[in-house]
Design a protein around this ligand. Structure first.
Ligand code: 13P
Length: 342
């Protein structure tokens, strides 16, 4: 039995018209790469300091409805002993949790193609996360674009685990965020990304249907439709928005309440310009079109912080600015001129 009222309340909170989601759920290897890039050693203590800085930023509750956490963070405390989750609750922010266990190579698929793991023992882990206050969950699949990719095997294997995860999460009282990410790695053009994203989303929604997942109680976290990072052409936001909306209209059922884009390695300014264009061009699209960024919200602040206590105030100022501008983009109001004005 699904606790529909609990899940509906969570969906209602996360789809607040003025707000979006911060992804602060980097696994230990991923956050270690990000911290090392700004000269900070990755330890439980520096990860606690970084996430405490983010969650303790006054004012973010005006722009963020939810934050996705990594398991480790659920048990960590701020300097004054306040649980980090409590810092979020004080600002009215709903905590979520990443529940996948990362990716591994998928045998007999194309070279480099991966499948996500984490189903073993998931029901037990979900029960523990619920005790600690989490109300929604995230599971991420990744897909490469290239000759023959994503392969039919990668499409079906990843969709199947994603749907099994979503069904388990709903049973356990969580709104599942379903994240099939078509990666920006490579030199493919925007049309190849569009084709790959459409195939991925079709496979995912077929699998969710097979597993009887209640779409009204799920959220989608997709990539925007973009050229590969190594592709020479720069694409204007209006074109990104047009291609992204076309793919979503073709493949995402209207029953899904919200679509929360990942930033995927775009700069903060690019991600916000593209999100704003999507919201300006959305017409009668049936879903909330919002954000669930990690890098585009955190990166500029992390570069200002560099692990120094004396930089905390400046890093928080920059983080709050990114939250404010990204929430403006989610309403279609962001323009690049706002960067200087802010
Ligand atoms: P980025 O916004 O940095 O792509 O991260 C989003 C995310 O949560 C990936 O799983």
């Amino acid at each position: 039995m699904i606790d529909t009222a609990r899940l509906e309340a969570t969906v209602g909170a996360l789809t607040d018209p003025g707000k979006g989601i911060l992804a602060a759920d980097e696994s230990v290897p991923t956050i270690t790469r990000r911290l090392q890039a700004v000269g900070v050693e990755s330890t439980p203590e520096t990860r606690r300091a970084w996430r405490g800085l983010l969650f303790g930023t006054p004012g973010i509750g005006e722009h963020l409805a939810g934050v996705i956490l990594f398991e480790e963070t659920l048990d960590q405390h701020a300097d004054d002993g306040t649980p980090l989750v409590e810092l979020l609750a004080r600002q009215g922010i709903v905590p979520g949790i990443k529940v996948d266990k990362g990716t591994e190579l998928l045998p007999n698929a194309c070279p480099g193609e991966k499948v996500t793991r984490g189903l073993d023992g998931l029901a037990e882990r979900l029960a523990a996360y619920r005790e600690k206050g989490a109300r929604f969950t995230k599971w991420r699949d990744v897909y490469l674009v290239g000759p023959g990719m994503p392969s039919p095997l990668a499409l079906s294997a990843n969709a199947e685990v994603l749907a099994r995860y979503a069904a388990l999460a709903q049973q356990a009282g969580f709104v599942p965020i379903v994240e099939p990410e078509v990666l920006m790695d490579g030199d493919h053009g925007i049309e190849q990304c569009a084709e790959a994203t459409e195939a991925v989303l079709h496979a995912v929604y077929h699998a969710l249907h097979r597993h009887r997942v209640v779409l009204e109680l799920t959220l989608l976290k997709p990539n925007m439709v973009l050229p590969g990072k190594a592709h020479p052409a720069k694409v204007p936001p209006e074109m990104v928005a047009e291609r992204t909306l076309r793919v979503l209209r073709r493949a995402v059922p209207a029953a899904v309440p919200g679509i929360f884009f990942l930033s995927g390695g775009q700069s903060a300014e690019e991600a916000d310009a593209n999100l704003a264009a999507i919201n300006r061009l959305k017409g009668n699209a049936p879903w909330t079109l919002s954000f669930s960024f990690a890098r585009a919200l955190q990166q500029p602040a992390m570069e200002a912080w560099r692990g120094e206590a004396s930089n905390v105030a400046e890093a928080q100022r920059i983080f709050l600015k990114r939250c404010r501008l990204t929430a403006a983009a989610r309403r279609g109001e962001y323009t690049p001129e706002m960067e200087a004005a802010a």
